[in-house]
Design a binder for this molecule. Sequence first.
Ligand SMILES: [Zn+2]
Length: 612
Amino acid sequence: MSSQIDEIKSRLDIAEVIGEYIELKPAGHQSFKALCPFHNEKSPSFFVSRDKQIWHCFGCSLGGDVFEFIKRIDGVEFPEALRILAKKAGVVLKREDAAASNQRTRLLAVEETAARFYEKNLWEKDAEPVLEYLRKKRGLRDETIKKFRFGWARDSWDNLSLYLRKVGFSEKEIADAGLGIKGQRGIYDRFRGRVMLPIANHHGQAVGFTGRVADFLPSYKKDEDKSGKYVNTPETEIYHKRFILYGLDQAKVAIRKSGLGIIVEGNMDAVGLHQAGFINTVCSGGTALTAEHFSLLARYAQKWILCFDPDAAGVEATKRAFRDCLKTDLEFYALPLPQGKDPDEAVREDPEIFKNAEKNALPMMEYFFKLALEKFSPSTLEGKKGITKILLPAIKDISSPVEKSHFLKELSHLVNVDEKSLQEAMDKIKTAPAQNHPIVYSLSKSGGKAPPVSREEKISKELLGIIMGRSDFIKAAEQKLLPENFSNSRFAVLYKEIVSYYNTAIQDADFKNDFFASFSKFLSIHHPDLAPLASEAVLCYEKEFSSRKDAELEEDAVERMQVVLREFTRRQIKNLRDKISRAEREKNKERVEELTQEFKILMQELKRLEEK
Ligand SMILES: [Zn+2]
């Protein structure tokens, strides 16, 4: 095996492999630099040496050989990285079943050839109205059309299959790839007169297609068309719907970097969001999220925002996803959209909704309460019924009895119906059987030593930078925040040191002008391990905040303290939930009672923090 690894390495150029994922810029002799895909940064600290065939990031100190890179960027284990790179290097792995891998390779080749064929068609003269449709009606820019490889399947029975036969694929291969259908007189094209979008797996290989009917063409005859608005590749050897998250190949780096992903239902929603700059978007393809989807999601980030259509089906899908995610380590939120707008329309009208997605996204129950109140008024009988119909099933899904009772009480207040009646009504609701998911581990458990930089960490770092850059904010921070409010222990220690240094050295008047200069000297002696973090944070202040006006900067600081506190409270609530379930299992009524009181207080606290 090791000789094969060496062979693969010797055949590949590390700069070329990495260059397929991120943009490399020359940085001296045989070396390149780039923005690190594994941590958040604004100037490049990621270096690749072609000479030594290694990479290293001076920002997050990750590094290694080409295998290590693939493992990290694709979130795969070594055997999968080996397969990916062997393929790139053209090395046939001895252990793999040659026949099976050969069939797979052939099918991938058919799909890729078809994708190119359709793509080429779209830019031919006869497809101009199709291109116009994509540009004008769908609002797509040419770069987006190319990035997602839109194509055109001519309205013909054999346009594609003839071409594929000509370049050497057999009828069986064309049929096995789902591109052709075997009829009595031979094979014919599955996709005819359709706008084509290749579906790529998370390695970016086309494995199937979705084709939209060209009902915008004057030549389109509705009566002759019996196949529906969309036609998709059926399940094949390489296309398994339950494994596919459309757009993940394009989104994975951004998702890993931000620690956050957006999930939409439709391919066009994903394309629209990417075009608008929200490149951490993936698409579930309109089916319920499967166990395989959840495993895939967990590889890239812990936090996911559901953004499904605000119609009945979308609400059902949101509910279902919330329920299924309870069995994983993932955190799900839902982003409410304006009535009647799918994500693609919504982002075109108001990108701000998505810019503030993390702030606007709601945890499960808050989402349902908001939804219910938007649709119905709690003051009429009809309204009460409507609200109850939305909320009761959701409350029933909650596994913790304490939380269940908490939200039942809230509902009871809202509609002014006593809890007992609601409880009875809830008991009568039949729940759909939940999917049986394997346990999904979060990134923090399965991933390596460099967890993605979460938004909270970024914000904490910015806050520390601001108070070091502007030491007159330290007092205000001290009144609001305790070191333990930070999620990261290094931030907590740095914060503690900043505050205590400020308080003990305040008599020393000269540091007032340049707090950081004197504080960093102190750090380098007493806490050299924190020095890099401190410089990083203060550099971040210099770059991003130092030109802000006083009032703005104060707002920035206060807002960041708020986020730190809010996330701290959320963590506390999560801990408390665990404690309550434990006490419930131990049937310790008194303790449950006590913890429930605490829970209520924290929930109020959180509400207050979220309102601000
Ligand atoms: Zn890095």
